[in-house]
Write a protein that binds this ligand. Sequence first.
Ligand code: ASP
Length: 305
Amino acid sequence: MFALAIHGGAGTLPRAEMSGDMERLYRAGLGEALKAGYSVLESGGTALDAVTDAVVMLEDHALFNAGHGAVFTLDGQIELDASIMDGATLKAGAVCGVTHIKNPVELARAVMEHSDYVMLSGGGAEEFALTRGFQFVPRSYFYTAARWRQLERIRGGDARLSPLTISHVGTVGAVALDRRGRLAAATSTGGMTGKRYQRIGDSPIIGAGTYADDRACAVSATGHGEVFIRAAVAHDICARLRFGGRSLAQAVREVVLEELPALGGEGGVIAIDGQGRIAMEFNSEGMFRASRRAGEEPRVDIYRS
Ligand code: ASP
């Protein structure tokens, strides 16, 4: 068995505001990223390579809040966070607050594979990227007019875009099981529109936004980072499988539909276990998501079906 699930964030537009054309663009972007990751698994590649490739595709896509197309901080900057975890070794890598790295998930992976650390931030992460020969891009590379308009609405006090609504966030992520039974998870984000400068959410926090453990499952989260950190969402789901005797579906439902709402946390997760069972649950209006299990057709969804 092998399988892959990806998400493009829980910060969807309300269903009533999503045009047919927009929906087609989102679906196509998800479909391409799914295909990229799935073909790695199909040809015998690792879960780590599959989640990396799928997330890179989503980072490069202007519509998703990661890499090109990321949201702006309140002072009009782009600050990117990403993390990755290998379920076979429990090795992990993360970067936060990077500003010139085209694909932050690849830098997170380099931190995991080529440094003695788990997390590097800001200038330190970019200094490390220099030593690893990473591609640097000017800040303007990340700019999209749509994200800038969102920032202006926030600055103008549009209540629908306050930090208590989810329509201005997003994140991308992937979880995979490869043919050798290894799990991996990766997450990458621009964070929340209008976030305070150097605010860090859950996405680069191992155990909150990302976790993978071959003894349980792999998880990538999206939603209100502050609450996801407090609830240690990704690790909590794994722990419910390992120590609580829950199935993947039960563990994910308990955390997303009970624990998070009790703390006022909106969002969702994608998760996969060692049998290739996939759970994609959210308590928001929608979550951009796609999945494919070996021998089955791909699925792409945004709202509840
Ligand atoms: N979790 C991300 C953050 O708080 C945002 C999101 O997933 O929408 O930075």
